[in-house]
Design a protein around this ligand. Structure first.
Ligand SMILES: Nc1ncnc2c1ncn2[C@@H]1O[C@H](COP(=O)(O)OP(=O)(O)OP(=O)(O)O)[C@@H](O)[C@H]1O
Length: 222
């Protein structure tokens, strides 16, 4: 089953210097349980593609399916509902809620998605090495610990599709590798598809498949 299908996505931006063509008829399919690394030079459109897949940004043309659901046929409310229920987002900035404990941050998204399950969150926290940190607040955690909370918060809501934009970009290499391994392991176990934007060929090599954005189109990774 396809978790994400993009058909002929085209996107340009109006800027002070004129029109910037970013994506030119990009198509991509991601199976449930599969991980795909998206690489490309800075400015090649990786984040734009990920935002379009999440329904956070609208393409100029093309269609987006998350599972069987057509994002392009939905309004803002429908896209927000689908994102809450099916899509997990992880960014380079951890975006934790500073006033909530680790435990409350971990359960936050699942509650929004109507899938609160304390047992599952506790188990996930153990797997992520956060079991002893549940009562702490984000500012009392290291970068790697904060990113593990962000990953746990995303996975606790059991998304079918995880979209991650440079999730280990703020971490040192060893911590980054560790965090990515956990992400790959946990998403594969959950049967979730993972689209990982990364600059690192080394991290990309750990995914099931790779795609490279160049001049607005997808190519084989170099
Ligand atoms: N809201 C916007 N308005 C105008 N131009 C934009 C906007 N968002 C992105 N762009 C431009 O679109 C292009 C692609 O940006 P994007 O952030 O998708 O690239 P990226 O591959 O993710 O880059 P990086 O690896 O540096 O994060 C860039 O030229 C950027 O300047």
């Amino acid at each position: 089953m396809k978790a994400l299908t993009l058909y002929d996505i085209t996107k340009s931006f109006e800027t002070a210097e004129g029109r910037v063509e970013v994506l030119n008829a990009v198509s991509l399919g991601l199976e449930a349980g599969q991980s795909l690394a998206l690489t490309g030079e800075s400015g090649s459109g990786k984040s734009t593609l990920l935002h379009i897949a999440a329904g956070l940004e609208q393409p100029d043309a093309g269609r987006i399916f998350v599972g069987p659901e057509d994002l392009t046929a939905m309004g803002d409310a429908g896209r927000a509902r689908l994102r809450r229920g099916q899509v997990g987002l992880i960014f380079q900035q951890f975006n934790l809620i500073p006033s909530l404990s680790v435990a409350a941050n971990l359960g936050f998204q699942a509650r929004l998605a109507g899938k609160a399950d304390d047992g599952f969150v506790t188990d996930l926290a153990q797997r992520l090495g956060l079991g002893g940190l549940m009562q702490r607040y984000p500012e009392q955690l290291s970068g790697g610990q904060q990113q593990r909370v962000a990953i746990g918060r995303c996975l606790a809501a059991r998304p079918a599709l995880v979209l991650a934009d440079e999730p280990t970009g703020n971490l040192d290499e060893a911590t980054g590798d560790q965090v990515l391994d956990l992400m790959l392991q946990l998403t594969a176990e959950a049967g979730a598809a993972l689209l990982l934007v990364t600059h690192s060929p080394r991290l990309a090599a750990r995914c099931d498949a790779r795609a490279h954005l160049r001049a607005g189109q997808l190519a084989e990774a170099p």
